[in-house]
Design a protein around this ligand. Structure first.
Ligand code: 7TS
Length: 406
């Protein structure tokens, strides 16, 4: 493991120096969006200043440079998640668009009565696209429940398979509970029943090493903005033979082989799924974010975040009325909680007064809230630049909130 100097790393993130409500910012909303190191902002800047031109179109130098920069990210992503080929890496706007692509395009190949298995802990972006498909195609959706600690009930998971099961779509890590799901095991089971697995990696990809081939992922989706990268860029990994069999998702420029009113042919992978001008500057700068993660080291990041999680959870346990949601043995650095009967929103507002950014509400996971019989939680989520001193300040602030609201 590489040495991890959090104070030195914090200097890479200028936003961490700002104050909120007169207090030093303590940013604990990393599961929503992480912050961006200076190197990534500079990569965006230098692209705007130095090589802004559309990709894949021009013979001219700027366009060639822009194209090379975007394609370099594609190669980097391929290495980062150990895909077999860069052709399996598709740029999207984010995880949401990546899952919509799978549901719309792979979904086109499904028949009425075919079954898709989801879990109750999914983000809305891994529920609603399948419901749209349900309306369009008459597929059936089955849902895996959870145990009280926020782990999936794998016995029920296994019992849901029938000869109509075509696909499982599951989050790698829950954005509310932090539960790390056993996706490799779930993939193997799905495959043994002739079904595919689509993995929503939005909450995993910045926190643990992803190897899509070792997992056995058929599709894997994630977002740059949760990985210290620019907004507006995401990735869909798909196995080549699947992507080749799937119809295009959107039509337009760049995704075609030849267009005529007699009939149009599609471009080869990955361009078949990339209609129109992409966010080529964001895509190019995403490489800098991935390089940054590699330089710091994902194992070191994961170790640091785990220490913060254990420290925070231990200290929070002593707060009167503390209720945790998600206590799985294998858990990412996300803590959802309520203090007694205090409303999550009130807790969030008071924390903000103290300069502490957390997320409150249903976290786009309303079925999960329903399963717990609550409307929402307060959520603190950690990133590589958070410190033990911040955890202590957060817990001290929670004690004040508990005294006021508890
Ligand atoms: N899947 C999971 C598990 C997520 O946590 C999110 C975003 C998404 C999908 C959607 O990603 P997007 O980049 O396309 O928006 N989660 C959150 C969150 O927990 N708070 O804000 C966004």
């Amino acid at each position: 493991m590489k040495t991890f100097d959090v104070d030195a790393l914090r200097k890479d993130f200028p936003i961490l120096d700002r104050k909120v409500n007169g207090r030093p910012l303590i940013y604990l909303d990393n599961a929503a969006s992480s912050q961006t190191p200076r190197a990534v902002v500079e990569a965006v800047d230098s692209a705007y200043y130095g090589r802004r031109a559309n990709v894949h179109r021009g013979v001219h130098t700027l366009s060639q440079e822009a194209t090379a920069a975007m394609e370099a990210t594609r190669s980097k992503v391929k290495e980062f998640i150990n895909a077999a080929s860069s052709d399996e890496i598709i740029f999207t706007r984010g995880t949401t668009e990546a899952i919509n692509l799978v549901a719309a395009s792979y979904g086109e190949l499904l028949e009425p009565g075919d079954e898709v298995i989801l879990t109750v802990m999914e983000h809305h972006s891994n529920i609603v696209p399948w419901q749209l498909l349900q309306r369009r195609k008459g597929i059936e959706i089955k849902v895996v429940p959870i145990h009280a600690d926020g782990t999936l009930d794998l016995n029920v998971y296994r019992s849901l398979f029938t000869d109509r099961t075509r696909l499982v779509s599951v989050c790698h890590v829950s954005n509310v509970l932090g539960t790390v799901n056993p996706v490799a095991e779930m993939a193997a089971y799905a495959h043994s029943h002739g079904a595919l697995i689509c993995i929503d990696g939005a909450q995993a990809s910045a926190h643990e090493r992803i190897d899509v081939q070792a997992i056995g992922a058929d599709f894997y989706a994630f977002s740059s903005h949760k990985m210290y990268g620019p907004t507006g860029i995401g990735i869909l990994y798909g196995r080549r033979e699947l992507l080749e069999a799937m119809p295009p998702y959107q039509g337009g420029g760049e995704m075609i082989g030849h267009v005529s009113f007699q009939g149009t042919t599609w471009a080869d992978l990955p361009y078949k799924f990339e209609a129109g001008t992409p966010d080529y500057i964001g895509a190019a700068a995403f490489r800098t974010a991935l390089d940054y993660i590699d330089t710091v080291g994902l194992d070191a990041i994961a170790g640091h975040e785990h220490d913060l999680l254990v420290h925070a959870a231990d200290a929070m346990l002593g707060i009167p009325g503390m209720r945790f949601f998600g206590t799985a043995p294998d858990k990412a650095a996300v803590i959802s909680f309520l203090i007694g009967d205090a409303h999550h929103y009130d807790t969030g507002i008071l924390l903000d007064q103290l300069g502490i950014a957390v997320r409150t509400g249903h976290h786009c996971a309303q079925p999960l809230m329903e399963a717990y019989g609550i409307e929402g939680t307060v959520r603190a989520s950690f990133a590589l630049y958070n410190t033990h001193a911040e955890v202590d300040a957060f817990v001290a602030a929670l004690r004040r909130v508990a005294a006021m609201l508890g």
